[in-house]
Design a protein around this ligand. Structure first.
Ligand code: ATP
Ligand code: MG
Length: 347
């Protein structure tokens, strides 16, 4: 079986450190290892519109921002097909057919969707398109015969839903679709990076993010005002590192190299944690180190972004070519699906 990698992001704002550790880093790693047949990364504008339908400008503007984020972290258009979801008409058509295979109760049971409905305060007025997005995500995945989907933990229920639809489709219409697998980071802190405010997830919609395009001053301000252990009042107090976003970020981002470079009195994170837990280590010192670590990661990303911002025509060409290529692939899957469903009338 071919190894086909696919993931997407919603154009609802710029990409942030949560995306970086949860999914982008894995994508770049897979790309560099080169051990795959095809790789696709797409901008999920159709999905973003399901809960931002009344704010088309935000979605439109974010499309370019997200591509710039992709290119600046090192996704390489020579190795990866980058495309825009709404330019692939086979996707809504596949969604339509898959909708027959899922019950309303099943959609309502999805824990991520449940949480989002609450967060977005839809109450009982849930747009049908929004509730339907896990099905449309199955169309995205299966249209490309994806076998591996590198995502953060919040996407696991979506992958489960996709696998169910694939099994159900193949049962009824014969073996046609490929079952995908999620790839989540090994490092637990990367699977769902908390917000700078200590909330469970750094998320564009919650405004608690450090963005990949933030400048040094902004990063400094955000890091220095980050939520830490509220009971760690004086330097000599013992501190909690477990539910402390500053330490969770260090867990997700720092390496021993960073310690050598910026905080050589400690060999590694375990030593720093032990000191904090014992007492006698102030938040400011830890935050300054975290700031250095983030700057070390973001500096080359900002430089690459600048290059593409200055060559924006190149970015549009990448999107146009990628979308054409993706269209060919999705159309060939759609053909297979219609044949299996006996609606291939004139072929
Ligand atoms: P929105 O608030 O609009 O849903 P988002 O910040 O949740 O935006 P998405 O575009 O929904 O971002 O997510 C894109 C990918 O990034 C998904 O694979 C998701 O699992 C991953 N991801 C998003 N936020 C985090 C996070 N805080 N930690 C780890 N992975 C994340
Ligand atoms: Mg999301």
């Amino acid at each position: 079986m071919k190894k086909i990698i696919l993931t997407g992001d919603r154009p609802t704002g710029n990409l942030h450190l949560g995306h970086y550790v949860g999914s982008l880093k894995n994508r770049v790693k897979l790309q560099e290892e080169g051990n795959y047949d095809e790789m696709y990364v797409f901008i999920a504008d159709t999905q973003a519109l399901t809960d931002n339908f009344n704010n088309p400008k935000k979605v439109r503007d974010s499309v370019l921002e997200v591509v710039l984020d992709y290119l600046s972290v090192g996704l390489n258009p020579d190795k990866v097909t980058i495309f825009i979801q709404s330019l692939i008409p086979a996707l809504p058509e596949l969604t339509m057919y898959y909708m027959n295979l899922v019950t309303l109760a099943r959609l309502e049971r999805n824990p991520t969707v449940k949480g989002e409905i609450k967060q977005k305060e839809f109450g009982s007025s849930i747009p049908v398109g929004f509730l339907n997005y896990p099905i449309s995500q199955t169309a995205d995945i299966t249209a490309f015969d994806a076998t591996i989907v590198p995502v953060g933990e919040d996407q696991l229920p979506m992958l489960e839903q996709a696998r169910e639809i694939v099994r159900s489709f193949n049962n009824i219409y014969g073996s046609t679709l490929v079952e995908p697998k999620a790839l989540i980071p090994d490092n637990e802190s990367c699977r769902r990076l908390p917000g700078t405010d200590g909330k469970a997830k750094m998320s564009k919609s919650l405004g608690n993010c450090i963005y990949l395009k933030d400048d040094s001053e902004t990063v400094k301000k955000k890091v220095m005002s980050m939520y830490t252990d509220p009971n760690h009042l004086r330097v000599e107090d013992p501190g909690n590192t477990k539910d402390n976003p500053v330490f969770i970020y260090l867990e997700a981002l720092s390496t021993e190299e960073h310690f050598k470079k910026y905080l050589s009195e400690y060999n590694n994170l375990d030593e720093l944690k032990a000191h904090y837990e014992k007492g006698g280590l102030g938040d400011v010192k830890v935050k300054k180190f975290l700031y250095d670590v983030i700057e070390d990661i973001l500096t080359p990303i900002r430089e690459k972004r600048k290059y593409y911002e200055e060559n924006i025509d190149l970015v549009y060409d990448i999107l146009k070519e990628g979308s054409e290529k993706a269209n060919r692939k999705a159309n060939s899957t759609l053909k297979r699906v219609k044949k299996a469903m006996l609606i291939d009338y004139f072929d």
